[in-house]
Design a protein around this ligand. Structure first.
Ligand SMILES: NC(=O)C1=CN([C@@H]2O[C@H](COP(=O)(O)OP(=O)(O)OC[C@H]3O[C@@H](n4cnc5c(N)ncnc54)[C@H](O)[C@@H]3O)[C@@H](O)[C@H]2O)[C@@H](O)CC1
Ligand SMILES: [K+]
Length: 466
């Protein structure tokens, strides 16, 4: 798990004031970090172009050009002339060493974008937009200095944004790098130290980035065991039973000892896989209940309320977010909600927390997750998206490991099954959400068919090899 920060300016200030490091020292380390990355990954026969802007992001780029000069065939292209004090100082140093400067974009092997970093605002001029177009269509390996140029502090992207293969970010990870919109521009991320170890640079935070290694699979350490030791996941089987069948199969494969679909007699029993049980009422020994997937209008309000007359841990998904019933559910403990953006917008409206569009939510995902978790501090929320956000009270976790492979009907039902299974096996709601989500993204990662071909069945099959 890595720490995430809203801004790093205050962390830089700590370096100046508490550790007596200067801006020059920090910048030299930033540039050195980028130079080390290039040395470690590319031979010095490869040509490097560094495109710089007028502020300190540009200054980082000019310092990098100086460090590589004499060793690599490196050229500097000023998208904007140096203006900040540090940029002017770096320019002076680069000039003294006769670092090559070019006036127009040229093809190269390694392309570094140091046009603008955390100081970006507005949109780019037509000239820089054209330059960014040439950079983005170049065949070079693309490195973003600190953040891809065009990414705003909140994580939204300008009309023209640099599209990096890797983002080498300074000091600590910024939250903005993990808004869904940024996902297409970021590439891989690496953090570069700025003259003190990252541990000392970083301070307290309540936002974290999940690593795949954080995944804790359900352990079966107990030797003298029977199926009743591993929980009983019950799922309400609604109008579209396929959804709860997929959840149920995922839940069973992920370790729940018993899985039961709960529904009416008229369900097409023959279509239900034999490994899942079927009942007309909630089994007494249920340890977790999954509610919402494919629910439709199968049950009346009173019937649904009957399922709530207990304190069983629950995972809530899909149709429930647009039902008034959700308000009752929100007063319960041990609840996980797993809305996608459209469902979360509906939830925000029903709870009268906000009346916003999906577009606004997507631009301010962090803000609205915080808003909801403040209003309902006892509830674990998992907001689906390209980067999943999980929040409980004042702690937030981003799972960035998902991929477009998962953009397929039924993926969410599998996720509900994974989370429900962990919940049934005794994980806390927060842990069930975190580890269910990590497992879900790992399943997609492990799938080695074509990206477009992953089905819920493939995900379920992969659970055995996690
Ligand atoms: N202690 C520090 O301050 C450190 C800063 N570092 C670097 O400094 C960067 C931040 O530097 P600054 O605060 O100078 O900000 P930036 O260099 O990111 O951006 C500000 C500059 O970009 C220009 N700009 C803003 N919007 C623009 C637009 N739409 N089109 C064209 N130009 C635009 C501004 O005119 C200004 O000159 C970080 O991203 C990082 O790369 C690193 O060297 C590490 C240490
Ligand atoms: K940049």
């Amino acid at each position: 798990m890595q720490k995430l920060f809203e801004e790093v300016g205050s962390l830089d200030t700590k370096c100046y004031e508490e550790f007596f490091l200067s801006e020059d020292i920090l910048m030299e380390h930033a540039a050195n970090g980028m130079a080390s990355y290039i040395r470690a990954n590319f031979s010095n026969k490869q040509t490097t172009l560094i495109v710089t802007g007028s502020g300190n992001n540009g200054a980082d780029g000019i310092a990098l050009a100086r460090l590589l000069h004499g060793e690599y065939d490196v050229s500097l292209l000023y998208a904007k002339v140096p203006k900040s004090q540090m940029a002017l100082l770096q320019e002076k140093r680069a000039k003294a060493l006769h670092v090559k400067q070019i006036k127009e974009f040229q093809e190269c092997d390694i392309l570094v974008d140091a046009i603008v970093g955390t100081g970006f605002s507005g949109e780019f001029s037509a000239e820089i937009t054209n330059l960014l177009h040439a950079m983005n269509t170049s065949r070079a390996f693309k490195i973003a200095c600190d953040v891809p140029s065009g990414l705003t502090k909140s994580g939204t992207c300008a009309k023209a944004t640099f599209c990096a293969d890797v983002t080498l970010t300074m000091g600590a990870l910024k939250k903005a790098l993990f808004l869904d919109e940024a996902k297409d521009f970021l590439g891989k991320t690496e953090v570069l130290d700025l003259g003190v170890s990252r541990k000392l640079y970083e301070s307290q935070t309540n936002w974290y980035l999940l690593d795949m290694q954080d995944l804790k699979l359900p352990a079966r350490e107990r030797k003298n065991a029977h199926k009743g030791n591993f929980g009983h996941l019950s799922l309400l089987c609604g109008e579209k039973p396929g959804a709860s069948v997929m959840s149920g199969l995922a839940g069973l494969k992920f370790g729940a000892g018993l899985v039961t679909l709960v529904g009416y007699e008229n369900q097409q029993l023959l279509h239900i896989p034999h490994s899942l049980m079927y009942a007309h009422a909630l089994p007494d020994n249920t340890t977790a209940l999954a509610l919402g997937m494919g629910l439709g209008a199968e049950f009346s309000d009173e019937e649904l309320q009957d399922f709530l007359k207990n304190d069983i841990a629950m995972i809530i998904d899909a149709d429930v977010f647009s039902m008034k019933l959700i308000l009752k559910i929100l007063s319960r403990k041990n609840i996980i909600l797993t809305p996608h953006p459209k469902e979360f917008v509906s939830l925000l409206k029903i709870t009268e927390l906000a009346n916003i569009s999906v577009e606004e939510l997507q631009q301010k995902r962090f803000k609205y997750v915080e808003l909801f978790c403040k209003a309902y501090p006892h509830i674990t929320l998992l907001l689906k998206g390209a980067n999943v956000i999980i929040g409980l009270n004042n702690n937030f976790f981003i799972n960035p490991h998902g991929s477009a492979k998962l953009a397929k009907a039924g993926s969410g039902d599998v996720l509900s099954g994974l989370i429900g299974s962990l919940l049934a096996q005794g994980y806390t709601p927060l842990d069930a959400a975190i580890h269910g989500s990590l497992a879900h993204t790992k399943l997609a990662h492990n799938y080695n068919g074509s990206d477009f071909s992953l089905t819920p069945e493939d995900l379920i099959q992969g659970i055995g090899n996690l």
